[in-house]
Design a protein around this ligand. Structure first.
Ligand code: PGA
Ligand code: ZN
Length: 430
């Protein structure tokens, strides 16, 4: 009997960091290896993502995951039992076939991903290796440079406004510790900037305890630009050289404020044409050390994405999140038309580990940067950190320096770096 053969698969309904139901899944192998994973969920989701299955009805306001759990226990378990856990692509292809829908809408991407992840973890356990090592093979680990959330708005700070005070339209203002020489130093610098930004905002009357879904400060501000200028000021207060020690990254998440062909900033009460919006973003890039922009435009605004790539992508990272949706066909369209120059890789957007790895590899082969990313509704699991190292992604985006579903991933990366005892490499040494 092959020790790596899948012996049991069992799912249950768990909760994510927003307190919403999700799928927990445990896989055991014939040789005794075990893997357990809980599936994350987004809030500012793109429409091209794999489809998570939700129950509807009364329970949890319709967001229950019992049907997805049943899809694992009653359908997928039977389909994958006996398969070789070492052959992730066969396992994932089998589940895709059983589902039958390209976006996994029948069984649910949340069901399929639970099995995909738990099996990868079970195989690593059976092999006596951490997941990152099982994926990366020999050699020192490549730690990803983190992109760390400082101030948040949009869907991630929904409902955090008060009276006449409102949160910003753009989703996240983050920092990238470009000049740090270890992962641990990256985190300490990011922490310093977050502390300084929270202090600056507190002086302006924004309660620093008011955090958004990913642990950034839910900024009450009068303009969107103020969120960026606050982070730029915080870099100075923290004693870090803007653009050299630390750069600013912005996830505009433009899907969220796009409508009827215009980009609509509620805070400023402005409706901007795509050209006006790109001009606005370009001004922000000229005023502040912005090294990375994510989802600067709506997910299907391809013509303007081409223009944005020419205009803003020189010497700056331009990431497609909702744009590419961790989908190979969409990424290929971007690669062939020179749209964006980096891709966010979110396993739950794809629905399987094999699909996620294929997107990451195609991006790397095409010269695009890769950022492995958590979701705004995440969990205490840390497999994402292992994926970022194991796939040699180079970058990771997990949220801020607080809230345990975020620190679980940071702590895992700190552990991998510490275990490597000075032999770990950090991507993109400045
Ligand atoms: P989401 O947001 O997980 O709510 O989709 C994360 C992101 O936009 O990067
Ligand atoms: Zn995003």
């Amino acid at each position: 009997m092959n020790n790596n053969a899948v012996r049991t698969v069992r799912a249950w309904e768990a909760l994510d960091s927003r307190g919403l139901p999700t799928v927990g899944c445990k896989v055991t192998l014939a040789g005794g290896g075990q893997g357990r994973a809980i599936v994350p969920a987004g809030k500012s989701k793109g429409s091209h993502e794999a489809r998570e299955r939700r129950d509807g009805g009364e329970r949890y306001g319709g967001r229950g995951a019992r049907q997805a759990v049943a899809a694992v226990n009653d359908v997928l378990a039977g389909a994958v039992t006996g398969l070789d856990a070492e052959d992730q692509s066969e396992l994932d292809a089998t589940m895709e076939k059983v589902d039958g829908d390209p976006r996994l809408a029948n069984l649910g991407a949340n069901a399929v991903l639970g099995v995909s992840l738990a099996t990868a973890l079970a195989f690593a356990d059976q092999s006596g290796l951490p997941l990152w090592r099982a994926l990366a093979g020999d050699g020192p680990p490549l730690l990803p440079r983190p992109m760390v959330n400082v101030v948040s708005g949009g869907a991630h700070a929904e409902g955090r406004g008060a009276h006449s005070r409102r949160t910003i339209d753009i989703q996240d203002v983050l920092v990238v510790p470009l000049g740090a020489t270890s992962f641990a130093q990256c985190l300490e610098w990011a922490w310093r900037v977050r502390e300084a930004a929270a202090e600056l905002l507190a002086r302006a009357g924004v309660p620093s305890g008011l955090v958004a879904d990913e642990g950034g400060v839910a900024g009450w501000l009068t303009t969107n630009e103020a969120a960026i200028s606050t982070v730029a000021d915080a870099l100075q207060v923290a004693g870090l050289v803007p653009g050299q020690d630390v750069g600013i990254a912005i996830d505009l998440a433009a899907n969220q404020f796009y409508g009827d062909g215009t980009y609509n900033l509620a805070l400023e009460d402005e409706r901007l044409s795509p050209a006006e919006w790109l001009e606005r973003v370009s001004q922000w890039c000229n005023r502040y050390p912005v090294v990375s922009l994510e989802d600067v435009l709506h997910e299907d605004d391809w013509p303007n994405w081409g223009e944005a790539s020419r205009r803003l992508g020189q010497g700056r990272q331009l990431i497609g999140d909702d744009l590419f949706a961790t989908d190979l066909a969409r990424l290929k369209r971007g690669l062939s038309s020179g749209v964006a120059n980096a891709v966010l890789v979110k396993p739950d957007q794809a629905g399987t580990l094999s699909r996620s790895a294929a997107v990451l590899k195609a991006a790397q082969a095409g010269g695009y940067a890769t950022v492995v990313s958590a979701r705004s509704g995440d969990t205490e699991d840390y497999w994402l950190a292992d994926l970022a190292v194991g796939w040699r992604a180079g970058q990771v985006k997990v949220g801020s320096t607080q809230r345990s579903e975020r620190t679980a991933k940071w702590n895992r990366l700190l552990e991998i770096e510490a275990d490597a005892a000075g032999r770990a490499e950090l991507w993109w040494h400045a």
